[in-house]
Design a protein around this ligand. Structure first.
Ligand code: NAD
Ligand code: WQD
Length: 340
């Protein structure tokens, strides 16, 4: 049985990936400092899978603690989710983002190198494409013209990992560029639990539906799109999690550095997403149109051919299921993991 170390295993995407890993026969070891999650998540993962997993409360920047985890466990491969992800916060606190996302990855790679663990799957983002090219985004397109410090951390880590591979071809590294993960596990036991007012569309819509927020502001109604609102490639988080199983299989077989988009290749506008949510849940979403949000790109969606051809990955769930499961999680856990 392969031992997979999952950094950020209690986070939104990490927790769903732990479930899929365990269900696929992997032994999972989570490392999380719970800065944007809660230890209760681990119990929920155990409840869903009916299996045990190891978890450590540890900041990946703490080399000594991380080394102890590597010496106590025989790690075969690492999936690296741990990082900060708020675009707005990254503009206010860029050094925090560079420290956590870039330095954190450096420490992780140093420890991996020391313990001769050279198989890594990294959570990157469609944000690395910036607004340089037109969608659909293909992995070979130029990257780096990013619009915020968060995006810059993803770009820099991608470049750093390419250099790590160039210096030592014994590494096998897979960079996954996620588009817009939404939804939740169908059990309603795990899901996205943003602290404070959500930055992202789906959790915002869910909180309007439950009455925590009064109305959604649609950021901009005059984009060059059919209904004037921005288009994104939303992907169900369970599909995304399953993409990681495919990525692990590839990473274990190959040496090299491989990059894959994980999306559906289908874009939905903000207004289409609101309509889909209303249809899937029977809830009315009040909204008003406001100014565009700085840094937003009109249309973002993936070309998913490479992930399909090389990984055999194709997203299964449609927008209806994404909305249904996001609502199921929100309505079962109105205050998230922490009960008020
Ligand atoms: P999340 O915040 O829910 O999960 C990240 C987890 O990492 C959290 O549990 C947090 O406590 C932990 N963490 C953060 N810094 C840490 C550190 N220094 N040491 C140990 N643990 C730490 O975010 P998510 O949505 O699950 O995203 C996971 C990864 O995917 C992130 O790297 C994010 O940048 C990337 N990503 C997310 C999206 C998205 O829309 N959610 C899109 C593209 C890429
Ligand atoms: C989606 C659409 C908004 C909130 C972000 C990061 C990206 C990646 C995924 C990590 C946009 C509109 C939103 C609201 C709105 N994360 N919107 N009202 O911006 O595509 O991507 O998450 O890597 O890097 O930037 O996602 O969910 O914030 O926005 O109208 O209150 O919804 O303008 O068009 P985004 P989002």
């Amino acid at each position: 049985m392969l031992n997979v170390l999952v950094t950020g295993g209690a986070g939104y995407i990490g927790s769903h990936t732990c479930v899929e890993l365990i269900n696929n026969g992997y032994n999972v070891i989570s490392v999380d400092n719970y800065s944007n999650s809660a230890p209760q998540v681990i119990d929920r993962i155990k409840k869903i899978t009916g299996k045990d997993m190891k978890s450590y409360c540890c900041d990946i920047r703490n080399k000594k603690d991380l080394e102890k985890i590597f010496s106590d466990n025989k790690i075969d491969v690492v999936i690296h989710f741990a990082g900060l992800k708020s675009v707005g916060e990254s503009c206010k606190k860029p050094l925090l983002y560079f420290d956590n996302n870039i330095f954190g990855t450096i420490v992780l790679c140093e420890v991996m190198q020391k313990f001769n663990v050279k198989k890594l799957v990294f959570s990157s983002s469609a944000t690395v494409y910036g607004d340089e090219s037109l969608p659909p985004y293909v992995e070979s397109m130029p990257t780096g013209k990013v619009t915020n410090p968060y995006g810059r951390t993803k770009y820099i880590v991608e470049e750093m990992l390419k250099d790590v591979f160039s210096s030592d071809n014994g590494w096998s590294i897979t960079l996954l560029r996620y588009f817009n993960p939404v939804g939740a596990h169908e059990s309603g036991l795990i899901g996205e639990d943003p602290k404070g007012i959500p930055n992202n569309l789906m959790p915002y819509v869910s909180q309007v539906a439950i009455g925590k927020l009064s109305k959604l502001t649609v950021f901009g109604g005059n984009y060059n799109t059919p209904d004037g609102t921005c288009i994104r490639d939303y992907i169900h988080v369970v599909d995304l999690a399953r993409g990681h199983i495919k990525a692990i299989e590839k990473t274990m077989q190959n040496q090299g550095i491989n990059i894959y988009n994980l999306g559906t290749s289908r874009g939905y506008s903000v207004l289409e997403l609101i309509k889909a949510f209303e249809k899937a849940t029977g809830k009315r979403i009040s909204y008003e149109t406001g100014s565009p949000r700085e840094g937003d790109i009109a249309v973002v969606y993936a070309n998913t051919d490479k992930a399909f051809c090389e990984l055999g990955f194709k997203a299964q769930f449609d927008i209806n299921k994404m909305c249904e499961d996001a609502w199921h999680w929100q309505s079962k856990n109105p205050t998230g993991y922490v009960i008020n």
